[in-house]
Ligand binder design. Structure first.
Ligand code: ADP
Ligand code: MG
Length: 366
């Protein structure tokens, strides 16, 4: 995660970073004008507040009675994101994650939130067979992900050396004294594949405690929705066409506290000699994932959607479909990095997903 940015108005944010910051476009209000007219086409669109948090686009939308309390919701969510970024940022030397990394090999005290982040990271590492592995920090550094100007293709020796310092099983969390450690020296925990999802869940729980019923939170494409967006209907979230950022391939109808996240190769990547390198690392090879354009996941929680979208991006369609069977409440849409676009999706996805573009669809096994 990145440095905090000052809050901005919806208009400023929309102009600066475009209609959506990930594969997902929200089709609720003024964020995605064309699509909003297309889908909602209604004067009583939900209210939205948007700003920049964790170096990405953040927003809260509210409808029905909650719309009149949107400013309070936005201030609760903004404060939560800020608080969690201070704990989890990889770019702030004072964050608990940076301190943990700086003292790898030793125990350090951690807050309950960081403890939860680390425990969930371990458990997703284990459950995904290590395709989700936030200890890829040494490889993220080596490949210069997030630091375009220093990008150079590392040698096999460098990759091999960095791989020795990775491994989710080396995250230790003490049950007794609220300490944690990365057991091997030179390890580095990278919060980028899970922290935004967990932050959305924590902020979502706060809003639920405050009695909000019809709200949607978005942090860089990690979204969680309760109640309805308009006229008692689910929140509409557009899934972007990875080969044409201006288009969507379909709409997810999301409600009941469910969450959506996307991992893609088309917004955050580095290029060298005409070749694109995704910002997601395959922890088996130590190299950026090849072959996937985007994976969108719908799950019961934002942390599951976030971790799983990264894991499935690494696993690819075939292994990803097997992995998904271990998460029966989550479903996914896979788009491989080859044209013409074929949308491969979990069986049962048609409950909540409507195609809007004329693309080929393949339903994955049960
Ligand atoms: P985004 O952060 O763009 O929404 P993801 O949720 O897929 O996308 O997270 C990608 C980030 O996670 C990378 O930028 C990096 O910080 C970290 N990461 C890279 N590879 C992995 C991996 N295999 N497992 C867990 N985290 C990863
Ligand atoms: Mg993720």
């Amino acid at each position: 995660m990145n440095f905090p940015h000052p809050s901005s108005s919806v208009e400023t944010v929309s102009r600066r970073i475009g209609a959506g910051s990930r594969c997902l476009l929200k089709l609720t209000g003024h964020v995605c004008l064309t699509a909003a007219l297309l889908i909602t086409g209604c004067a009583r669109a939900p209210m939205e507040r948007a700003w920049i948090s964790m170096a990405t686009f953040a927003s809260v939308s509210a409808s029905g009675d909650d719309a009149s309390r949107i400013d309070k919701a936005a201030s609760i969510v903004t404060a939560e994101f800020r608080r969690l970024e201070r704990l989890w940022s990889n770019y702030d030397a004072r964050s608990e994650v940076s301190i943990l990394n700086g003292k790898s090999g030793s125990e350090v005290p951690v807050s309950p939130e960081t403890r939860d982040l680390l425990l969930k990271s371990r458990s997703f590492g284990e459950a995904t067979g290590g395709t989700f592995d936030p200890t890829v920090g040494p490889l993220v550094d080596l490949w210069g992900i997030g630091k375009k100007e220093t990008f150079a293709i590392p040698s096999d020796e460098q990759i091999g050396e960095a791989l020795k310092r990775c491994g989710w099983a080396n995250i230790r969390v003490s049950g007794e004294d609220d300490t944690a450690s990365l057991t091997a020296e030179g390890m580095a925990f990278d919060s980028g594949g899970i922290a935004k999802g967990l932050a959305v869940d924590i902020a979502y729980d706060k809003l639920m405690k405050e009695g909000y019923q019809n709200v949607m939170i978005n942090l860089g494409g990690n979204m969680r929705c309760s109640g309805s967006g308009r006229k008692g209907k689910a929140w509409n979230i557009g899934v972007r066409n990875p080969f044409d950022g201006g288009k969507i391939v379909g709409i997810l109808a999301v409600t009941d506290g469910r969450a959506v996240a996307t991992s893609g190769n088309y917004e955050r990547f580095v290029e060298k000699d005409g070749k694109r390198y995704a910002h997601v690392i395959d922890p088996t090879t130590g190299r950026p994932v090849q072959g996937m354009a985007g994976v969108t996941v719908i799950s019961p929680t934002a942390v599951e959607a976030d971790a799983l979208s990264t894991a499935l991006f690494v696993a690819g369609v075939k292994k990803g479909a097997e992995l998904l069977a271990l998460f029966p409440k989550s479903k996914a849409i896979f788009i491989e990095d080859s044209e013409p676009l074929v949308l491969k999706m979990s069986a049962g996805m048609d409950d909540c997903f409507t195609l809007t573009d004329d693309v080929a669809v393949e339903v994955l096994g049960p």
